[in-house]
Design a protein around this ligand. Sequence first.
Ligand SMILES: [Zn+2]
Length: 441
Amino acid sequence: MGYFTFTGNPFVDAGLLALLAWNCKKSLEDLNLNDLDEITEITSKLYNSERWRKNLYSVFPNNPFTNPSVKEKENKYLEFMADLKQNIKPLNTGYGCAGCGVREPYKKFTKTDVPLTGTRDLRNHFPAAEDGENYCALCAMLVQFMPLVLFSCGGRFMLVHSVSEELNYIYVRQCINEVKRQIALGDLTGIYDKGYKNPVNAVFFLAEEIVRDLTDLFEEPIAVRIYNFTNYNQSPDLSIYDLPARVFYFIVRAKRKGFWREWQELKAKGYTGKRAENATEEEKKNLNNEVLNKLLNEESVVSYFVNPQNRTITGNFEFLSLYLKEVRGYMEKRIETIKRVGDELARYIKETDDTRRLFLLEKANSYDEFRNQLRIIYRKRFEKGVSTPLFTLDEYMEDLFPEGPQNWKETRDLLLFRIYETLSGWLTDKPLEFTEEEEKE
Ligand SMILES: [Zn+2]
């Protein structure tokens, strides 16, 4: 008789994965009801420790550990769990449980036992706006293990969830190892906390944690959803952060291809402004990061790869290509054209020693101005006797400016990137500024 199934309910599934990881089992088929005993015993001690109990006020308000009027806290909790265990039914014996859907509800549970469900007049985040929600005994029991796999972020808690159970399991196993470490050291420090208060930074930290332990490249990019919630009595609240599948895949591939340092460099570019200048790594966890915000909102971060102020770049063209391909959806041909045209521009600038032209490319304020500079170089190359054109009409329309004037800055930054990369040594002592007056063409 089977009892365990993934439900799609993030709280229940997180508890189920915690149960799996706690028992060092990989598959639901390997689980049996006896596996609930040790983890129940452990949580009864863990949750009654000072730091964990403090955390639980925001997860299970008024439960045996957080309700000050309850004496003999561990016993009360064990009674509650024993009662649930006695009432567990096999799968497919009914319907109506808000977790699994394939068992009858045992009873209505309130936010004391299942976060973000209703209780008395607090009915936030609860579809039926009723006092409590129907769960079967096993689903309610599994939710009790969910705090073991939460991540603390500025007084709220994060829960990682994706469509891939394998990916979820990777993260959950790390959390369980952390809990086991706490127990082994006798240092019960509470829910997994790395000092993050800025949720976006935390989302990327969690993504990197998963990437660290990922042994296989998954076949299709997977989006990671992170629930950031508090169930605190006065202010239950929930925010959802979706890390786009393309962005997550980019981080995975960057790691695979040995671009981890380059990825860290790119992230570092996202901390701007006075406060970031002297901030320690610890302080940066709480500062706004423009690169991460843009990646999360699916906006371009090409401009952070290139710095025209001192003609420097982040990473190399291969790393940039990876980003263009995985996140921006560029086709190989488009990337090749950009690279080739960038190389041609670099060659022209070097051979004619025309750094003033580079300056004019950098300073172009509009699509028309930039296009005009390209046109001038295009013509001057012919005058110099170069027989191949800088680019064909097709390349111009399809690869360089497929959207016309829109996004011309991205193309400019990409070309500048390649020029700086190609001419890095040569450009060192060249002037950065010229007068802007331009010849009539
Ligand atoms: Zn259920």
